[in-house]
Design a protein around this ligand. Structure first.
Ligand code: ADP
Ligand code: MG
Length: 526
């Protein structure tokens, strides 16, 4: 790259209002190199997608040696279609908060929910598992008491006297039944001893019994599975549930014939928890930078969940902080001066990136406020603020494109011969160089946009992707950047067919639906 290179954000996301004409040659050069390092080209995305699909296949075949994707069968068969009724407790543990909910499924794709959040302290995230489980049991009791819930007032299809609970537990678990699962490893900052290798449902049920809380744990679901189920309650064709929050992961609907690890499948389809946060942990394909490696090395779980560490809310701010310090140390930012706050590990929250990227003013004064109030950087020029925003854009955009890659890979798997979408004739690209089947290109080579209506008229169902998580919901341009990446991978018809939707409260409603499926012992096969 030449020294005169002037980095400019890609045109679709140019919200900085001026070219960076005031940047010094050195600033332009170093930031240009960073831009190069953090950009993921279409052909790189293609390579990553192919490897992702190969790893999915290896996981489904039980070949755990050649894959980082666990591809865990969830024992959740079929999907709800919105007619289900009943009230259930739901519990969501997966990040900073524990949430207890009461969900009333009303049928007609409608539900009501009440919930209460309890903060899981840093101490509890590292305490012995029995201490964490006691805390959960007591929180459930607190919720039941404060909301005056009893099994009497709960409309209960199974006629059970106990309150039935669905547990959304967002850590890697191998399941042996809908209500049994062994923790494989902790992620996202948790490290409670006594849990890995043990059945999470049993640990919780014991704590409930110990604390005399009359609740039965009916189902254990991952948050991705809960998100898929909940979205399916509103959009019965939901194919993927994905999380872009503290961590990232996805679940999808697989044809049971494709699951080689299940010898005698009794249903046509089953939801698979991919555990995609662990994709390519050996960094054979992912474009990791020194900033990612530093973060990984200093994390609580080095060498695993490398993909998650490039994408999710827990980490994006820290990658950005690492880059900012690298620029400061070369005197290219803040005149070479950091602050005690910025020097502190994890001090730069992903939320700041959202706020910084949202600032489209010329002088970037809102960014100055974040730098001053949240980070103690009092001397910052407009050039400094432009650079900070530029760095956030690099990290945020890479995260969205990698998220698109995982989503596209799962859709391509679905479209493959053994997958659940096979034979639906979706006019999407299946591989690099493939021309989207039936894509409508006019004489000038530009695509003629067709509406979802015409897709439906052609007998095609849209592919719904239910998404939960603050990063997807609040990070500016995250969705738009994801759609751009998806379109590069799946072709011009993507916007007509792939529908990304926010599945708010996915873990609550989804867990309730899983408890319903488990207690009614109903298999919703389609
Ligand atoms: P969880 O994944 O724990 O269920 P969330 O989906 O709310 O919870 O994700 C929390 C993560 O999202 C945190 O890592 C936090 O840094 C990040 N986050 C919170 N607010 C924002 C925001 N406005 N923009 C981007 N990321 C955010
Ligand atoms: Mg969540």
């Amino acid at each position: 790259m030449s020294a005169s290179f002037t980095p400019t954000p890609t045109p679709t996301h140019t919200h900085t209002n001026k070219p960076h004409s005031r940047w010094s040659d050195k600033q332009s050069k170093v930031l240009g190199d960073l831009a190069e390092e953090f950009s993921v080209s279409t052909s790189q995305l293609e390579r990553l997608t192919t490897a992702f699909i190969d790893q999915m296949q290896a996981g489904l075949a039980g070949d755990q040696k050649s894959t980082d994707l666990a591809m865990i069968p969830t024992f959740v068969s079929g999907r709800p279609d919105g007619h289900e009724r009943g009230s259930y407790l739901a519990l969501d543990l997966g990040g900073t908060n524990l949430r207890v909910c009461l969900i009333a499924l009303k049928g007609n794709n409608d539900f009501e929910s009440h919930s209460k959040a309890f903060k899981v302290s840093d101490h509890l995230q590292e305490a012995h598992i029995s201490e964490l489980m006691d805390f959960i049991a007591i929180s459930i009791r607190d919720f039941i008491t404060s909301e005056h819930i009893s099994s009497k007032i709960v409309e209960h299809p199974s006629g059970s006297e106990t309150l039935e609970l669905g547990f959304t537990f967002s850590f890697p678990v191998t399941q042996t039944a809908i209500d049994a699962g062994m923790l494989l490893r902790w992620t996202k900052g948790f490290s409670c001893p006594g849990a890995v290798g043990n059945d999470i449902v049993q640990l919780l049920q014991e704590a409930l019994n110990r604390n005399e809380v009359n609740v039965h744990v009916a189902a254990l679901v991952n948050d991705t599975v809960g998100t898929l189920l909940a979205h399916s309650y509103k959009h019965p064709n939901t194919f993927i549930g994905a999380i872009f929050g503290t961590g990232t992961n996805g679940a999808y609907v697989e044809d049971t014939r494709g699951i080689k690890t299940m010898t005698t499948p009794t249903t046509e389809e089953m939801i698979i928890n991919i555990e995609w946060g662990n994709y390519d942990k050996d960094k054979r394909f992912l474009p990791v930078t020194i900033f990612d490696n530093k973060l990984d090395r200093e994390s609580i779980n080095p060498g695993v969940h490398v993909f998650e560490k490039m994408i999710s809310g827990m980490y994006l701010g820290e990658i950005t902080r690492n880059i900012l310090l690298h620029l400061i140390d070369q005197r290219l930012l803040f005149d070479g001066t950091s602050s005690a706050k910025l020097n502190q590990h994890w001090s730069f929250e992903t939320k700041y990136m959202s706020q910084i990227e949202s600032d489209t003013s010329v002088t970037l004064i809102p960014i100055a406020q974040i730098l001053e109030q949240d980070l103690g950087i009092y001397l910052n020029t407009q050039v400094d603020r432009e650079i900070v925003k530029f760095v956030c854009q690099l990290v945020g955009k890479r995260a969205a494109r990698l998220s698109a890659m995982a989503t596209a890979a799962v859709i391509r798997r679905g479209l493959s011969v053994e997958g659940r979408l096979a034979g639906h004739g979706y006019p999407l690209k299946l591989s690099q160089g493939d021309h989207a089947i039936g894509s409508n290109v006019n004489k000038n080579g530009t695509n003629v946009h067709e509406s979802t209506d015409s897709v439906v008229n052609q007998g095609l169902q849209p592919i719904h992707v239910g998404i939960d998580g603050s990063v997807f919901e609040h990070y500016p341009h995250f969705e738009e950047r994801m759609v751009e990446g998806l379109t590069e991978l799946l072709g011009p018809r993507t916007k007509d067919i792939v529908v990304l939707g926010i599945a708010r409260d996915g873990s609550g409603v989804g867990a309730a639906l899983a408890a319903l499926i488990a207690t009614k012992n109903v298999v919703y096969s389609r």
